[in-house]
Design a protein around this ligand. Sequence first.
Ligand code: PDD
Length: 278
Amino acid sequence: LTGFLNGRFAPLADLQISVLDRGFLFGDGIYEAIPVYNRHPLRLTEHLRRLAASLAAINMPNPYGAEEWAVWIQQLIDQQRFVDQSVYLQITRGPAFPRNHAFPAVTEPTVFMFADELLPPTSEAVANGVAAVSSDDIRWQRCNIKAISLLANVLLKQQAVDAGVAETILFRDGLLIEGASSNILVVKEGVLLAPPPSHLMLTGITYDLVIELARQHNMPLEIRPISEATVRLADEIWLTSSSKEVLAVVSLDGQTVGSGQPGPLYQAMYGYFQVFKN
Ligand code: PDD
């Protein structure tokens, strides 16, 4: 696998960074994960826009313009052997000494990328859906920043793994927020409900795309706060992310969701998504 570090491509095993990197010491950095189908990044403009917003939110300059990013990313993609890929990209505030929480006076960012094979959800997961558990959202109040400091998300995701399910759905103050590494939408009485973007959630590129596809196909849609009770009584629950596309959640905390099978709106949306990505 070929990686990219600070303007240079090399085998991943040959790329090295300083142990003083603020990404390593403080989790001081941001990232993106971009799905690639047939060597073509999906919604690249939107991913690069969110990257720029994350950098601005942590007071870091963007090391490259959008066009430059697009060239680097395509070069990375073209050097892999898989046609469907997941590009991971992260930028940290770089190495600094002595260790000090405050921003260093002079910084040289560390820009790192690699691509790996994108494994779309199995046909079994698409056909039968997946299970989830729920948890109180223990994260901070700037979840709109795609920050590499993911300890809370890691602990929350492990709850799902320990329970033998696919995702942990997060509630804060009685409202649906998102999943540990995905966005969550629900269907009630034929209407697709999506939680409104805020500083408490990461607005997924897939979430935006699903909303766009719902509008295009005249699927009834409401973007509004969703109570925990509404989720538990939902006819359908969907999970969206760059690696999982759109999946139906058919069990939550051991309780059956709707019919217990992926619902009709899910099946329609899955179809729209497959057409769009190709
Ligand atoms: N995670 N919310 C959180 C907390 C996420 O980590 C992700 C994605 C999403 C969905 O965003 P998108 O549709 O842009 O992938 C929502 C990625 C896949 C990751 O961390 O690898």
